[in-house]
Design a protein around this ligand. Structure first.
Ligand SMILES: NC(=O)c1ccc[n+]([C@@H]2O[C@H](COP(=O)([O-])OP(=O)(O)OC[C@H]3O[C@@H](n4cnc5c(N)ncnc54)[C@H](OP(=O)(O)O)[C@@H]3O)[C@@H](O)[C@H]2O)c1
Length: 288
C-alpha cells in the first residue's frame, strides 16, 4: 500500500485508532506521522535521529512533517536523506513561512527550495505555516493550486488557523480545496474542541494535531491517570496520549522523537483501542 493508499478512516469509541484518515477531494493520509521541528539541531546525535525516523517509517508512521523554518532548512535536508530511495513509502508534508507567502513568486521559490532540500520532485501536502502577515489568502490559494497543477504538490492546506481564518479561506474561490489544518492539540490543549473541531468536522477538513504529547503545556506524561490507562493496555503514557488525539478517526497526529525507544512507544498508538472507560478517565484528568 502506498503512503496514501487504502480505504477511508473514521473510528467510533472503543474501536482501534485507524491507520489512515480520509482527505477532502479523495485519497488518504497516514493517521500517525512524525514531526521534525527540533531534529537536526543537536538535541540528539543526528545518526540516532535518522534511525528513529527510519524506525518510525517501518512501524507505520509513514507521514513526515517538516517545514522550511525548521533549523532554517536543516530539518528538510535531514528528512531528504532519510526518505532517499523510499520516497513512495512516505507522505511528505512541508510548510511555507508567512513571510514567503504574500506574493505568488515567493511561494513558488519557497516550494522549490523545500523540494531541493528534500531531494524530491513533489510534496504530498504543502501548508501555510501560520497566517502571520498574510492578508490575501487568494494569492496563497492560487499559488498552491498552480503548484498542484504542475505536480509539485499533491494537496495544500494551512496551519494554526482558527475558525475565523478558516471561514475567510472557505469564502474565497478555491478555498474549499484545503486538505488539512495543522494545529496544537493534546490532552492539555483542548481549546479547539469548543469551536475549530466542530467546524472542521462539519466542513470535512481533517485536523493534524501537532505537539500531541503536550510539549510546552505541562508534564502530561507524568500524569497518574494517563499512566493507569496506559497500564491497562500494556503501553506507555505517550502511546495513550497520541492515540487519544486520533480517537475520532478524523485527526492525524504527528509526535516528534529523535529517540528510538520513544519512537517505538509512540508507534504503539496505532491500533490502540481506547475504551469508553479510558476516555471518561482521561476526560476527568484533563478536562476540556
Ligand atoms: N505547525 C506548527 O506551528 C507546529 C508547531 C509545533 C510543532 N509542529 C510539528 O509537530 C511536531 C510535534 O510537536 P512537538 O515537537 O512540539 O511536540 P511533541 O511531539 O508533543 O513532543 C516532542 C517531545 O516529546 C518527546 N517524546 C517523544 N516521544 C516520547 C515518549 N514516548 N516518551 C517521552 N518523551 C517523548 C521528544 O523527545 P525525544 O526526542 O527525546 O523523544 C520531544 O522532546 C513537530 O516536530 C513539528 O513537526 C508544528
Amino acid at each position: 500500500m502506498s503512503a496514501d493508499g487504502g480505504s477511508g478512516g473514521g473510528a467510533a469509541h472503543g474501536e482501534p485508532t485507524p491507520q489512515i484518515v480520509s482527505l477532502p477531494g479523495g485519497g488518504n493520509a497516514p493517521a500517525l506521522g512524525m514531526g521534525s521541528w527540533q531534529l537536526a539541531e543537536g538535541r540528539h546525535p543526528i545518526e540516532q535521529e535518522k534511525e528513529a525516523l527510519q524506525t518510525g517509517l517501518s512501524l507505520g508512521m509513514t507521514l513526515i512533517d517538516t517545514a522550511e523554518m525548521y533549523g532554517s532548512g536543516a530539518s528538510e535536508e535531514m528528512v531528504g536523506t532519510v526518505i532517499a530511495g523510499q520516497r513512495e513509502k512516505v507522505f511528505l508534508v512541508s510548510k511555507v513561512l508567512p513571510t514567503n507567502a504574500t506574493r505568488a513568486e515567493d511561494i513558488r521559490s519557497a516550494c522549490a527550495g523545500s523540494l531541493k532540500r528534500l531531494k524530491t520532485d513533489f510534496l504530498d501536502l504543502y501548508l501555510l505555516h501560520w497566517r502571520g502577515g498574510v492578508r490575501q489568502l487568494d494569492v496563497v490559494v492560487d499559488a498552491f493550486e498552480s503548484l498542484k497543477e504542475e505536480g509539485k504538490i499533491r494537496r495544500w492546506g494551512v496551519s494554526n488557523f482558527g475558525v475565523a481564518d478558516m471561514e475567510e479561506l472557505f469564502g474565497i474561490d478555491g478555498g474549499g480545496g484545503c486538505a488539512t489544518n495543522q494545529v496544537d492539540y493534546s490532552l492539555t490543549t483542548r481549546g479547539i474542541e469548543a469551536d475549530l473541531i466542530p467546524w472542521s468536522v462539519r466542513e470535512g477538513v481533517p485536523i493534524m494535531a501537532y505537539s500531541p504529547l503536550g510539549t510546552g503545556s505541562g508534564h502530561i506524561l507524568d500524569n497518574p491517570v494517563l499512566a493507569e490507562v496506559a497500564d491497562r493496555h500494556g503501553v506507555t503514557p505517550a502511546a495513550v496520549a497520541i492515540a487519544w488525539t486520533m480517537r475520532n478517526g478524523e485527526t492525524i497526529s504527528i509526535p516528534e522523537s529523535g529517540t528510538l525507544e520513544h519512537i517505538r512507544e509512540d508507534a504503539a498508538a496505532l491500533g490502540l483501542k481506547l475504551s469508553e472507560e479510558d476516555l471518561a478517565d482521561l476526560d476527568r484528568a484533563f478536562p476540556a
